[in-house]
Design a protein around this ligand. Structure first.
Ligand SMILES: NC(=O)c1ccc[n+]([C@@H]2O[C@H](COP(=O)([O-])OP(=O)(O)OC[C@H]3O[C@@H](n4cnc5c(N)ncnc54)[C@H](O)[C@@H]3O)[C@@H](O)[C@H]2O)c1
Ligand SMILES: NCCCC=O
Length: 545
């Protein structure tokens, strides 16, 4: 059986032992404890400019996790460099897992599934609540890891980690109430349904929310009684291994949550494995198509959380301050590398100048720099090729007639240790037209396109004129108009008078090329379980023969 650790017993030693695999490059510096103290020191001495741990860590421990322990992959071995976006330094060289390691991870998950799937929902709930508690307790350490590996500000990473433990708490709460139904049939016969787990589920993640994506997938999967093998992006392999350790500390059977590392080849081994029952994928549209093809060959259900080019519609009757704040939230979180960003900002022509002036003023004030500093609000983009790609979109936008109203150029912070980091100034583009590349394609960087409109009918048609359908938003004081607009938007996640908030209670997912299936909310349960119908005869068999 499974026993839950006593509250507090899973507390990690955060000293030089560095159990999470990050060890200081500077010998004996006991970095993790120091990191934990930074926010407190800052609050004791507000305004004091403190240096951060950026540029001081390397990762040494294995980043695969199988059968309850960190392991070196059994095969594969191609090495991928993992960067610290803030400095351009190499954090570690990641060995990519081969077919044998993938199989070992799947077999490990299969064995754990036999135990976990037989437990009651309440038993699973207790273990998941403990995992959520440990994440909450280690929020600062995990957020710091995420910032070092992803480049996003520590301010945002903390929110990501909060959403992550909330997700596990939410699904822990649902685990105990998962049930089928009882149906009466003629003559006292009856039927009932059982909601059963699928088996070994594969999660494949993108690099923009590494820890959170793993929780959005493992939360509902584990609550339903499944096991999981998770493959993070090779750009951000670090934090999810901590999640695997936390699940083990919380009391899941060893092997219930495994991590294999690698890129496309490793992902393919996972998707094609005959013992895998389901694939949940977060990433780009082209990869999503390949995943769906592989899943089709094994008749495996898939969830696809793909890209977007979402509209944000600002009417002239909006509260202007809120609309401006909403536009920034819709475009500049995580350096603009957010799938549901509202990157096409449609502004009613009457307020175009006022709104644009305010948005540009606020965008210019965004503090860019060392992501581990408390006042930084925009860190570094994920890597140099991606920074160059975003720059390419801006160049093309200018060539096609858009006007750069602010930013768009690479940014070199004053701190010499950051000079090779992947920074750019957030960009607002004016004079945009619907047929420009910067308005049609997902840029996945801090680039907002402003587009004027005149009528409600016109803006809805233009907002929907995209192959994507992930999200959309509207700002207006007219509540009927707001509901009319969101009802007409062909998008899975719509916001009224806000943007890019992520309550775990609400289902999240796309229409059209943005994918299908849902994460979060009760809806996700449907995608990690299957119904068995049992028909019970209380009389004699009426045979046709
Ligand atoms: N809708 C959402 O919830 C959501 C969330 C985050 C990111 N995204 C999207 O993700 C994209 C950016 O992420 P990315 O660059 O990591 O995407 P990507 O498609 O390049 O990679 C995503 C994951 O798929 C793996 N992969 C790549 N090729 C594969 C293959 N052939 N078989 C199996 N796995 C394979 C990668 O290693 C990675 O782990 C953007 O388009 C963004 O909009 C969507
Ligand atoms: N807050 C989570 C957004 C997921 C998309 O990238």
């Amino acid at each position: 059986g499974i026993t839950c650790p006593k509250p507090g017993s899973a507390r990690r030693c955060l000293s030089a032992a560095a159990p999470h695999g990050i060890s200081p490059m500077l010998a004996q510096s006991r970095l993790p404890s120091f990191l934990l103290l930074l926010p407190r020191l800052r609050s004791l001495a507000p305004g004091l400019a403190m240096s951060s741990a950026t540029g001081t860590v390397t990762v040494q421990q294995p980043l695969n996790y199988r059968a309850g322990a960190r392991v070196h992959p059994a095969d594969g071995g191609q090495l991928e460099e993992v960067f610290e976006p803030a400095t351009g330094r190499v954090l570690c060289k990641l060995p990519c897992s081969g077919e044998k390691e993938v199989d070992l991870a799947v077999q490990s998950a299969k064995a754990a599934f036999k135990i976990w799937s037989q437990m009651s929902g309440m038993e699973r709930c207790r273990v998941m609540l403990e995992a959520a508690r440990i994440i909450r307790e280690q929020r600062e350490e995990i957020a710091t890891m995420e910032t070092i590996n992803n480049g996003k500000s520590i301010f945002e990473a903390r929110v990501d980690i909060d959403i992550s433990w909330q997700c596990l708490e939410y699904y822990a709460g649902l685990a105990g109430s998962l049930a089928g139904e009882h149906v009466q049939l003629p003559g006292g016969s009856f039927g009932y349904t059982r909601r059963e787990p699928l088996g070994v589920c594969v999660g494949i993640g993108a690099w923009n929310y590494p820890f959170q994506i793993a929780c959005w997938k493992s939360g509902p999967a584990l609550a339903c009684g499944n096991a999981m093998v998770f493959k993070p992006s090779p750009f951000t392999p670090i934090s999810v291994v901590r999640l695997a350790e936390i699940f083990t500390e919380a009391g899941v059977p060893k092997g219930l949550f495994n991590v294999v590392q690698g890129g496309a080849a490793t992902g393919q081994f996972l998707c094609q494995h005959p013992d895998v029952a389901k694939i949940s994928f977060t990433g780009s549209v082209p990869t999503g198509m390949k995943i769906m093809e592989m899943a089709a060959k094994g008749i495996k259900p898939v969830t696809l959380e793909l890209g977007g080019k979402s509209p944000l519609i600002i009417f002239s009757d909006s509260d202007l301050d809120n609309a401006v704040k909403g536009a920034l939230m819709a475009n500049f979180l995580t350096q603009g590398e957010v799938c549901c960003n509202g990157t096409r900002v449609f502004v009613e022509r009457k307020i175009l100048d006022t709104f644009t002036k305010e948005v540009v003023k606020c965008t210019r004030k965004i503090k860019i720099g060392d992501p581990l500093l408390e006042d930084t609000r925009m860190g570094a983009l994920i890597n140099l090729p991606h920074l160059n790609r975003v720059q390419g979109f801006i160049k093309q936008a200018k060539e096609q007639g858009a006007e750069v109203l602010c930013g768009g150029d690479p940014y070199v912070p004053d701190d010499p240790k950051l000079k090779n980091g992947y920074y750019m100034r957030p960009c607002v583009l004016g004079n945009c037209k619907d047929d420009m590349t910067c308005v049609k394609e997902e840029i996945f960087g801090p680039v907002m396109a402003i587009l004027p409109f005149d009528t409600e009918e016109e803006v809805v048609e233009r907002a929907n004129a995209t192959k994507f359908g992930l999200a959309g938003g509207v700002f207006t004081r007219d509540i009927q108009k707001a509901h009319r607009i969101v009802a007409a938007l062909k998008a899975g996640m719509c916001f009224i008078n806000n943007y890019n908030v992520s309550p775990v209670e609400l289902p999240f997912g796309g229409y059209k090329f943005s994918g299908f299936g849902r994460e979060n909310g009760r809806a996700a349960i449907e995608y990690y379980s299957q119904l068995k119908t049992v028909c019970v005869e209380m009389g004699d068999v009426e045979s046709a023969f």
